[in-house]
Design a protein around this ligand. Sequence first.
Ligand code: NAD
Length: 457
Amino acid sequence: MNIKDLVQSQKNFFSKQHTKDISFRKNALKKLQKEIIRREDDIINALHNDFKKSEYEAVMTETSIVLTELKMAIKNIHSWSKPKRVLPSLLNFPSSAKIYKEPYGTVLIIAPWNYPYQLAFAPLLGAIAAGNTVVLKPSELTPHVSKLTKEIIEAVFDKDHIAVVEGGVDTAQELLAQRWDYIFFTGSVPVGKIVAKAAAEHITPVTLELGGKSPCIVDETANIKLAAKRLVWGKLINGGQTCIAPDYLLIHKSVKDKFTTHFKEELIKAYGENPQISDDYPRIVNTKNFDRLALMLTNENFIVGGQTDRDDRYIAPTIINEPSLDSEVMKGEIFGPIFPLISYDNEEDIANILARYDKPLALYVFTTRASFAKKIIGTYSFGGGTINDTTVHFANHRLPFGGVGESGIGGYHGKQTFETFSHNKGVVTRGNWLDIPTRYAPYKGKLKQLKSLMKFG
Ligand code: NAD
């Protein structure tokens, strides 16, 4: 079936109203749950085949997250989808008022390659829970996961309810040329802009989960040893190919040497003297990204790392010592295991550096001064963040996850995912037993009464 016909068949299916039934949705989620549990080993193997992701990281950052979100959606779908009664307005007296959770209709989800399973299935399950039909396009850069995603979905769903379309840029563009009721995109800022333009054509609502240059600030009061340990983890998990990875490090100059000493120790503890032979250290997803990253290493000084192996798509965990702010590594999002370290003297230095970039997806601050953390959180705009750790705000499904400014529009996780894929339809039911005459023409002599009524809202 071609893309145009597929979208039409999903629209036809949606119009039959089956997905409005909560039991239908719950059943769909349960079937999906069963299939992904059955295929868990295949998912882990596919992730390993695509970029040598370890089983441990696959479970921690992909399969377990999806299962938790699925379980939560199955458990809460009835309460999430119930119409919510709100207080009526006096102006409408007598009346009652409700917010109905309405599925948008036919949804397009475009996923990236870096957490190729989780970032496809987490939005997908929310879209299903909210009663939409979905076309999902996985990333072509992780072909094993893409193929498996299609197999899993085809084993569970009819195409007119949920379908997977595999392919690259051309396929994505053909998909974007269709008329959707909602588009959920995860990927880079430049492609996010292409998606936003395509969506604007039909005023299609979008969620854009994008990237950016997420700073990490370590002040002179921080627990440096622990900061180093947590940064080795947060920077290098998934080989640094994480949208909320700390991108660059701003460290108070008085603790720089202490930090780098601990960072080296923690690095060896985690990945050994040669991370290339560690089973836990992933590879760069493809040669294009390898070359992009390798370019950032030219003419720089390393505190640690700097080794590369193009045939193996290996880049060693690397700290670049005080790169120029105009250097390649400080231009855009790094998205790899390279950590530029810039020392600062005072808060003005921090402000000047942060001002060079758009609002990031994440920000991290390591400090034991609550006032400093509060000031940083209050002063700078960013999608979300963590104090005294990195990336872990992602793990709390009670927190909405998303960007601001160029790092994205909208948020999801937990109940918020269901909300993302639901339109809030506000409906008032008027009583017929009374009809206050104030609003009706002729208006002469009624203004005072209107003003006093309006005060109550
Ligand atoms: P990408 O933007 O290159 O690709 C994402 C998806 O868009 C893929 O499915 C791809 O096929 C499609 N695509 C690529 N070029 C396109 C085009 N010209 N027109 C239409 N579609 C196109 O991103 P990526 O390399 O897969 O992922 C890395 C980026 O994603 C990073 O910037 C990262 O920060 C971001 N990201 C954000 C989040 C988040 O939750 N905010 C999560 C993961 C990754």
